[in-house]
Ligand binder design. Structure first.
Ligand code: G6P
Length: 607
């Protein structure tokens, strides 16, 4: 799972390829590399670690050439070393790859048997050798690629450079995304439109199984049966500007602070404030016949889905199945006719979620996609696109995308209830009012940033941390634990507060901070009882609640975080803020790389 960019043109490419990689770093940042075709030779520069290392390498040893390919890597096969960094090359070709060649072992053995020498542990290198063999046997680039593609099993987006053809690049995709960009006297390949933002806005999305021959003049696309095809050229709307951190130290902090604005922006498409009605961006879409909802997502988006399950059941009275995408795909999920599948994804490209979408679509489900990137695969393949308007999210740990997802899902649950005629007098009006209060409440929650920063020390020294919550605060407990793990590398677990006594309570001692998320409300007393069970065993509790909750139960806690008092509907959005800020300040205290934590990537495009 990685980022790819390629340019075939008439001007130097190295710097522009590097800029494209900067836009793709969200796909991985273990190592990076560039290859160009220059003076009858393929030349490469590669470096392990973050992109800045490759930039240094290029500054010390510039790479000339007007045709080139580049790659930023998230290691799957072989560690994040320079040798394993892409492009992989022979004397004849260089290849960059996103995805996994599942049959690479068999292909590698076969190639070694024919005397080919491998220099990396990657699956990708087999592609370089297979294409190279064909070229050495006299095939032209088009013929060579046509011969090799059917031999590759798994998922791939490829860009291939040929020593003897500096006027050409060949790309191919199956399972992993690849776009073609059209410029003036130049043609581009990229993992997404974002990568090509400064180069062109004229983008064609390749279909599954497509491959493409790019030259200065343009591109010829072939489908999986090798028939020449046309793919529509769209205007991406992606600008060349890189998103800046503003005055903030990290993207993550900037994104946490953007939440009041982006949630308001998102809600504008789902609420009619004047009429006090919920609405959908596609008003003609009839939800009244939906009998069952299946929610599938990964990571933080999954926890948004978990909160939504409570809302769909409460408001729309429909049964909800919920699964992480990587499990859903390999069960034999029973989907009734007339069902709605909701996929939730910031990137719209997460491989497991995309595969689940395709599976459910083939089974006749209606697909709604809650996505933040409107040009993404999920956005394009869904029946009902429900955009979040969070803007680009750069920090690997998702923050503002999560609260925007919650806003959309709450509105969708209310839309479903409306379509089914389930609202009693004034209920819909109340929901619109409460959701409308979310941006101001998020703002009020941000005011506690400094006090959260002050107490981060109480967590930063811990080896293990537990998060507890009930009802919609349970997914928040899971999200809190995920945030802390991701960016501070502290082991953390989230539990349903009532489950503590069935095992995790054995972990409690004075070294394990327990963070309890408990807004005052119907479940407060129950959660507080569980909290007291922890305190009775010497556990150190940090209570996140509102003023009333802290007054009632704050005594005996090692710290408290006071949130504004809000309606339970918007509590998950508001309580996301302290959970995010706590993880952020702990990570800063520990000195980790907040925006690009080790081993992670923003968009996971492999299974
Ligand atoms: C990665 C990211 C997470 C994200 C998850 C799902 O693991 O690091 O922050 O929640 O993918 O991504 P998606 O784009 O589908 O929401």
């Amino acid at each position: 799972m990685c980022g790819i960019v390629g340019i075939v043109g008439r001007e130097e490419v190295a710097e522009r390829l590097l800029d494209g990689l900067r836009r793709l770093e969200y796909r991985g940042y273990d190592s990076a590399g560039i290859a160009t075709d220059h003076g009858g030779r393929i030349e490469r520069r590669r470096a392990s670690g973050k992109l800045v290392n490759l930039a240094r390498e290029l500054a010390a040893d510039p790479l000339p050439g007007c045709t080139g390919i580049a790659h930023t890597r998230w290691a799957t096969h072989g560690g994040p070393t320079t040798n394993n960094a892409h492009p992989h090359a022979t004397d004849e070709v260089a290849v960059v790859h996103n995805g996994i060649i599942e049959n690479f072992k068999a292909l590698r053995d076969e190639l070694i048997g024919r005397g080919r020498v491998f220099t990396s542990e990657t699956d990708t290198e087999v592609v370089a050798h297979l294409v190279s063999e064909k070229v050495e046997a006299g095939f032209d680039p088009v013929g060579a690629v046509r011969e090799v593609l059917p031999r590759l099993h798994g998922a791939f987006a490829l860009a291939i450079l040929f020593r003897k053809h500096p006027d050409m690049l060949i790309g191919a995709r199956l399972g992993s995304p690849l776009v073609v960009g059209y410029g003036e006297g130049e043609t581009y390949l990229g993992s997404d439109a974002l990568a090509l933002g400064p180069l062109t806005q004229r983008i064609a999305y390749l279909d599954e199984g497509d491959w493409v021959v790019c030259t200065e003049e343009g591109a010829q696309v072939y489908d999986r049966d090798n028939k020449p095809v046309e793919r529509a050229v769209t205007i991406s709307g992606v600008t060349g500007e890189l998103v800046s951190k503003g005055n903030h130290r990290h993207y993550m902090l900037k994104e946490i602070y953007e939440q009041p604005i982006v949630v308001a922006q998102t809600l504008r498409s789902y609420l009619q404030r004047m009429e006090e009605r919920v609405t959908l961006p596609i008003p003609e879409f009839d939800l009244s016949a939906i009998k069952r909802v299946t929610i599938v997502a990964c990571g933080t988006s999954f926890y948004a889905g978990m909160v939504a399950k409570y809302w769909f059941e409460q408001f729309a009275r429909v049964p909800v199945d919920l699964d992480v995408a990587s499990e859903f795909r390999y069960r034999a999920p029973v989907m009734e006719p007339g069902g709605l599948m909701i996929v939730i994804s910031q990137s719209g490209e997460t491989a497991d979620t995309l595969a689940a979408l395709r599976h459910a679509k083939a089974e006749g489900q209606t697909i709604a996609a809650v996505v933040n990137v409107p040009t993404s695969s999920m956005a394009r393949e869904a029946d009902l696109l429900l955009p979040t308007h969070a803007g680009p999210e750069i920090g690997v740990a998702s923050t503002k995308a999560f609260t925007c997802q919650l806003a959309v899902l709450a509105a969708l649950a209310a839309n479903l209830a409306h379509a089914k005629g389930l609202f009693k007098d004034g209920e819909e009006r109340q929901i619109v009012r409460h959701l409308g209060e979310a941006p101001a409440a998020l703002n009020a929650a941000l005011a506690y940033d400094e006090s959260i920063q002050e107490m981060a020390g109480a967590v930063a020294g811990a080896r293990d941390v537990l998060y507890l919550g009930r009802g919609t605060d349970y997914p928040l407990a899971l999200e809190g634990a995920l945030k802390l793990k991701e960016i501070s590398y502290i082991h953390a677990e989230g539990y349903a507060a009532g489950e503590m006594k069935h095992g995790p309570i054995a972990l409690i001692d004075e070294n394990v901070p327990v963070i309890v998320i408990a807004p005052s409300g119907p479940l407060f007393e129950k959660t507080v009882s569980n909290m007291q069970e922890v305190q009775a065993r010497g556990g150190k509790v940090i209570l996140i609640s509102d003023y009333d909750g802290i007054q009632a139960a704050g005594e005996g806690c090692i710290a408290t975080i006071t949130m504004p008092k809000v309606h339970p509907l918007i509590a998950p959005l508001v309580y996301a803020v302290p959970v995010q800020l706590l993880a952020y300040h702990v990570a800063v205290a520990k000195g980790t790389d907040v925006d690009q934590p080790r081993n992670l990537a923003k968009s996971v495009t492999v299974e």
